[in-house]
Design a binder for this molecule. Structure first.
Ligand code: RUB
Length: 317
């Protein structure tokens, strides 16, 4: 029985990790909620009763989840939020209940943040606006869909987002929400930007200097927007802020398999393929970061981070 329950618990972690690695669960918000939910399942189904052993096993489970994708700090924040207070819990039951409650609370807060950003961000969109979005951000799509729900007449250009083509998901999402949507290939961004008023993108990580790490190509979109005087809006829940970057940590940019870019035998064997899937957009190309606690300029991020993470920031691993 004990062995069976441990197996179930390990399966929860394993399934979540492989779903995230293979992009069946993707997008920074969704992977954060999936990581927190996996820890809830882990704690809830834990068969032992030994507090120290539970702490050790929980750390291993957390590390395994964090190894699934390296770039989105939302996953790190979701996992660490779920483990809050466990080190000072006095009994196994207290520690287990903390993980279950924290993990569930993280997911509820996350969903509420996404809904709040939709309402706040929609106010930035004017009737008649032409927008552009890149990749597939559920938060940016939420903002655009809310503006349309409010009756604003807008048009959206959505990039294909090679190599994984998340833009196909985006145009389906936007079309379902009744948005007038046009799909463009990534190389069309600069050419189309002259018709665009505002860009809305999501975030995987926001650094303490207000830079954005998001899907590869986001920086090109932002630079083209800057040249064309289009406004750049980043839609980001505050759990995508990375406290570790305050102390010099550099965000790891994930590289994925070359099979996402070329088919076997398509190019000579002596040709290398480089497939980084995120890039950094410097703060100077960003006008607004739209969060659940309000809209801020990139320069305000450091202060918000220091306030949000408080003393706990000095215990970062
Ligand atoms: C997705 C991506 C999204 C952010 C924000 O990359 O870059 O813009 O994760 O998403 P991938 P959301 O497809 O490689 O995960 O707003 O849904 O959290």
């Amino acid at each position: 029985m004990v062995r069976f329950r441990l197996q179930v618990v390990n399966d929860i972690i394993r399934t979540t990790v492989s779903d995230i690695k293979d992009m069946r669960i993707r997008g920074a918000g969704r992977i954060a909620r999936a990581g927190a939910t996996a820890l809830v399942g882990f704690a809830d189904g834990y068969a032992g009763r030994d507090l120290e052993q539970f702490r050790k096993d929980l750390r291993v489970a957390a590390g395994t989840i964090l190894s699934s994708r390296p770039t989105a700090v939302s996953l790190w924040n979701g996992v660490h939020y779920s483990m809050r207070g466990v080190d000072s819990a006095e009994t196994f039951e207290a520690a287990r209940d903390l993980v279950v409650d924290n993990g569930k609370e993280f997911c509820v807060n996350s969903e509420q943040a996404v809904a709040k950003i939709a309402k706040i961000g929609a106010k930035r969109i004017k009737d008649g606006d032409v927008l552009m979005t890149h990749c597939n951000s559920s938060v940016a799509i939420g903002v655009i869909a809310e503006a349309v729900r409010q009756g604003k007449d807008i048009k959206v250009f959505a990039t294909e987002s090679r190599p994984w083509r998340q833009g196909i998901l985006t145009v389906n999402d936007l079309s379902k929400a009744g948005v007038d949507t046009t799909l463009i290939i990534d190389s069309a961004v600069r050419s189309v930007m002259s018709r665009v008023d505002r860009v809305f993108v999501g975030a995987d990580t926001i650094t303490s200097s207000g830079s954005l790490i998001n899907k590869i190509g986001t920086s090109q979109v932002a630079m083209a927007a800057s040249e064309a005087r289009a406004e750049v809006n980043v839609c980001s829940e505050t759990y995508k802020f990375s406290p570790k970057t305050m102390f010099g940590d550099v965000v790891t940019i994930e590289e994925r398999d070359i099979s996402e870019v070329v088919k076997p035998g398509e190019i000579p064997e002596d040709v290398a393929v480089f497939n980084p899937v995120f890039d950094t957009t410097p703060a100077k190309y960003i006008d607004n970061i739209i969060t659940e606690i309000g809209i801020m300029a990139p320069g305000a991020v450091y202060g918000v981070m220091a306030k949000m993470f408080g003393e706990s920031i000095f215990d970062l691993e």
